[in-house]
Design a protein around this ligand. Structure first.
Ligand SMILES: *Cc1c(COP(=O)(O)O)cnc(C)c1O
Length: 223
């Protein structure tokens, strides 16, 4: 077995039943994804729309493609026909644009709201308050072709496991708050996307349902 296949198998074996592995294959060639596919992997995460679309076209159609990168409104149309889940939605404007492209593609696109939980400065992600405000306003309920499937977050890049654990904990608690307030009768709101190669065991302990693991499976990326 190749390194890729061994890693996939060993991660899959240790995941609790309610947690799914998103194999983050960004910047890796088609052959690497084929190896993962041969090991049974069917969910892949990519961060560039064009790269994801090229891979989608080249690979078997039973793969679920998750977009985990930062979204540009003008690129959404290219993935709207096939993307299975968009992880990083951080504005109402993006939700609206995804909805528009989903209507054209005649499907409903599941989305996760990205929440900024790390201490690090970042332009990306709603603050807790911004997210509450957007949901409270209610206009998202009129978007007929998106489905808000949960939340996504990234912890601070640090060796301090206490900080990571607190940040994941805060996302888990916020998920529960939002579920109770806005989605209590909607079983589709169920995902907490958190945890990467270096911190996914902590994320699972804090309630993650989707771990996004790249370098541990595919090795270092050449950006
Ligand atoms: C690249 C990336 C990952 C995977 O990170 P690794 O440390 O390689 O596991 C996960 N989530 C997001 C949003 C990413 O951009």
């Amino acid at each position: 077995m190749s390194h890729i296949q061994e890693e996939i198998k060993s991660i899959q074996e240790r995941l609790p039943e309610h947690v799914r592995l998103v194999a983050v294959s960004k910047f890796h060639p088609i052959e690497a994804l084929e190896e993962a596919y041969a090991a049974g992997q069917r969910v892949f995460g990519e961060s560039k729309v064009q790269e994801m679309t090229t891979k989608y076209e080249a690979l078997p159609k039973d793969i679920e493609w998750h977009f985990i990168g930062h979204l540009q409104t003008n690129k959404i149309k290219y993935m709207a026909p096939y993307v299975a889940l968009i992880h990083g939605v951080d504005s109402f404007k993006l939700l609206k644009e995804i909805n528009k492209q989903a209507i054209k593609a005649e499907r409903t696109i599941p989305c996760l709201l990205q929440i900024h939980i790390a201490q690090e400065e970042s332009k990306f992600g709603f603050s807790f308050d911004e997210c509450r405000q957007m949901l409270e306003e209610g206009c998202w309920k009129e978007l007929t072709h998106i489905s808000i499937a949960g939340l996504m977050g990234m912890a601070t890049n640090t060796d301090d496991e206490n900080i990571i654990q607190q940040e994941f904990h805060s996302l888990g608690a916020f998920f529960q708050e939002i579920k109770d307030s806005y989605f209590s009768n909607q079983p589709a709101f169920k995902e907490i996307s958190m945890g990467m190669s270096d911190d996914y065991p902590i994320a699972i302990a804090e309630g993650s349902t989707l771990v996004r693991i790249g370098s541990k499976i595919f090795g270092q990326r050449n950006y």
